[in-house]
Design a protein around this ligand. Structure first.
Ligand code: IMP
Ligand code: MG
Length: 178
């Protein structure tokens, strides 16, 4: 048993994650054949998914990063989002694929889609590793989806609890708090 498996129950193991990422990469490669793609990863949660996905895509790919932070009202998000890190190049005329770790309420994704679409890209699609449909407030179309999961707080493969556990190679549920 690894160090982290004492605290975390595995929900999606490393092999399942890697095979799903390869399948998504193959599908994206087919869909964007002949085009130059820009992957826009959302900090920090998407970075492991982004780096594996980028290597599973057999096309010219550029990588950009956006950071966002939700304003909290108590423990709940207010739905207001602010940009903490912006992309480093013009997005106009580019084929953009937004890469996010998880869609929970959908508010972060909606904000990012509105923001990026205002920059007049050639196209804008969404790739999400995990979707938690139970808590959706804002229905956002997802073009490429890894896994639909139940409403539990998950960590690993980029996802954190108080900035910890992002480096787990699997997605799991915390034994103590869930
Ligand atoms: P949304 O705006 O409610 O869809 O929230 C999306 C963001 O909340 C994600 O990008 C994550 O950073 C975070 N988040 C939502 N659910 C979880 C979870 O189960 N574990 C870790 N982070 C989560
Ligand atoms: Mg995130």
């Amino acid at each position: 048993m690894s160090f982290h498996e004492r605290d975390i129950e595995v929900m999606i193991d490393e092999a399942a994650l890697q095979s799903k990422v390869r399948a998504l990469g193959a599908q994206i490669t087919r869909d964007y054949a002949g085009m130059e793609l820009t992957l826009v990863g959302v900090l920090k949660g998407s970075i492991f998914f982004l780096s594996d996905l980028a290597r599973a895509i057999d096309l010219p790919v550029r990588i950009e990063l956006m950071g966002v932070s939700s304003y909290l009202g108590g423990n709940e998000t207010t739905g207001e989002v602010r940009i903490t890190h912006d992309v480093s190049a013009p997005m106009s005329g580019r084929h953009l694929l937004l890469v996010e770790d998880i869609v929970d309420s959908g508010l972060t994704l909606q904000f990012l889609l509105d923001n990026l679409s205002a920059r007049q890209p050639a196209s804008l699609k969404v790739c999400v590793l995990l979707e938690k449909p139970a808590r959706i407030q804002c229905k956002v179309g997802i073009d490429y989806k890894g896994f639909v999961i139940e409403d539990r707080f998950v960590v690993g493969y980029g996802l954190d609890y108080a900035e910890e556990y992002r480096n787990l190679p699997f997605v799991g549920v915390m034994r103590k708090i869930s």
